[in-house]
Design a protein around this ligand. Structure first.
Ligand code: PBG
Length: 328
């Protein structure tokens, strides 16, 4: 009988040893909390498919942002639900539109203690729910949409956003947004490019969160889950167009894409653990089928391990609390 020469188990013997040699660590500074604000709300409203996540009122949003700063999170990513929608998503670029007001509110609340990110996309603001404006046949008109993104970028910069997240998946959006920002002397505003955003089934709960009006799907602009090479092409274009950071979304089902992206670029890499990833864990845990806290920690750790410097997750504040309490 041959006995092992190498004994890797030695490194796993005690919690202290395992902690010492962990290659990946959870830290609040690497986490970004997505937050929803809904125009006209007096009190926060629950989102049934995202238990524990709410649509905020303007006041409760400020409080949530203050808490995120207190917890040492890296940032917040703001999404807004307007009271009125139209074909071109007018509220998105209106300085008094709810997203721009929310960015200004959060900026006033947290100063520079937190990175304030805003989603730069039209889908929350259009009455048809698509991420752009439609042509006469009902398809999304890429270049007409870019004009709207430029206007939205300028409004968000004006409101005080540090980072705009270009999540619409229109061709040329990063370049257009960069030029628009530079034009209004917002050279300091970063573009977080959703380099690889897949047409995923995992956005379902988010669509409830923003009361999405979408009929049909986004497959003519978001990527086919079958494709990796295509993601790398999107990545190359976004970096060439001036992306300051790049994102892969969703995260858990796309760790291979994340790994490739992280190996290729010299800008920070983010990953978005989307609403469906959250909901699957919450639902299974509610039935007692998995250990909720372990599943959460494992999922975020794995996203970091695959190459994400920054993880957007609805659990960001909770995980930061665990870390503060020494429980993660
Ligand atoms: C588009 C956008 C979506 C998400 C973030 N930005 C929805 C979509 O593409 O349909 C989904 C995020 C999530 O599911 O948590 N503005």
């Amino acid at each position: 009988m041959g006995f092992p020469v190498e004994r890797p188990r030695r490194l796993r013997r005690t919690p202290a040893l395992r902690r010492l040699v962990a290659e990946t660590r959870l830290h609040p500074a690497g986490l970004v909390l997505p937050l929803f604000v809904r125009e006209g709300l007096a009190e926060p409203a629950a989102i049934s498919s995202l238990p524990g996540v709410v649509q905020h009122s303007r006041d409760s949003l400020r409080a949530a942002a203050a808490e995120a700063a207190y917890l040492g999170l890296g940032g917040v990513m703001l999404f807004a639900v307007p009271a009125a929608r139209d074909a071109v998503g007018s509220a998105a670029s209106d300085p008094d539109g709810i997203l721009n007001l929310a960015v200004a509110d959060v900026r006033a609340e947290v100063g520079d203690s937190l990175v304030v990110m805003a989603d730069l996309c039209l889908d929350e603001f259009t009455d048809h729910g698509h991420c752009g404006v439609l042509d006469k046949d009902g398809g999304v008109d890429n270049d007409a949409t870019l004009v709207r993104y430029a206007e939205m970028a300028m409004a968000l910069a004006d409101a005080g956003a540090d980072v705009v997240g270009t999540s619409g998946m229109m061709d040329g959006q990063v370049g257009v947004v960069r030029s628009a920002l530079d034009e209004v002397s917002a050279q300091h505003v970063l573009v977080l490019a959703y380099a690889a955003k897949y047409a995923s089934a995992l956005y379902g709960p988010f669509r409830e969160a923003v009361d999405s009006q979408l009929q049909g799907d986004r497959r003519t602009y978001q990527q086919d889950p079958a494709n990796l090479r295509e993601a790398l092409r999107e990545l190359r274009l976004d970096v060439e167009e001036g992306a300051d950071m790049v994102m892969v979304k969703p995260a858990s089902l796309y760790l291979d894409v994340l790994r490739e992206v992280a190996g290729l670029v010299d800008v920070p890499v983010a990953a978005y653990q989307v609403s469906g990833e959250y909901a699957m864990v919450e639902a299974a845990a509610e039935r007692g089928w998995i250990d909720r806290d372990r599943a959460i920690a494992e999922s975020i750790t794995s996203i970091h391990r695959a190459g994400a410097d920054v993880v957007l997750t609805y659990w960001a504040a909770e995980v930061a609390r665990w870390i503060a309490e020494g429980r993660a």
